[in-house]
Design a protein around this ligand. Sequence first.
Ligand code: MN
Length: 278
Amino acid sequence: DTDAIVAAKAYSYLQNKLGADTEAVALGTPNEETKFVLDYFKEEYPRVITTAKNEVEAVMLVDHNEAQQSVDDIKELTVTHVVDHHRIANFETAAPLYYHAEPLGCSSTVIYKEFKSNNVEVPAKLAGLMLSAIISDTLLLKSPTTTELDRKAVMELSSIAEVNYEEYGLNLIKAGTSLDGMSHEDVLYNDFKLYTVDDKTLGIGQFFTTNFDEIKKDIDSYLDTLDREAEGNNYSLIALYITDIIKNGSYVLFNRKAKDIMDNAYDKEMSEGEYLQD
Ligand code: MN
């Protein structure tokens, strides 16, 4: 998502300023929202990789730590740095490392703190990108994960970037919630993460919308897509959370075979399109 791409660019910039030799790369092609952000600030799309051992010995991870969400050969690489704001799971290293995690709304806020503690200035374009990542991860500072530090970072970064964050932020959210030209696969994989629980692979997708009805009218076709993708990739569960950013809750769709897993997870009878208030 936007934070993952921007955090890679921001952390690579900071590390290179501090003497490292790094390249920001992505683990997937940018989604519509991220494309909007990169195009707005005339920033190049990062190179997409699936393995790294063929190029380097060591990597730094941003905005994730779980092996399932990283390059395929992560276990054969030395992880020297992690900067993140997620839970820590399925993560272990052979060697000591630098690990900076904080429960903030966005990895780019964690990285912004590192710019400050290292006395490195954030260039205007990068400030615009980091601002975008925070707006995206916190839904314009409205998500329950938003902290005072995210708020402060948005104020400071928007002044460096000379961007009116409220007006720009609404356009960013609009770009990220538009269903125009999106296939059902695009919606599912827009922001998709894999988790491993008890040897089962679970895929969780999230899409933000202001108009669930538009998705609801195609619900059977969406469920067919989830069934097909779960079957084809051997996932025990695919759940797609359609988050209504006005109501602040999510509708959840899941592959039909996974009803038992969902019933267990929520400890109740789950139905397709069930609404969960945050
Ligand atoms: Mn993030």
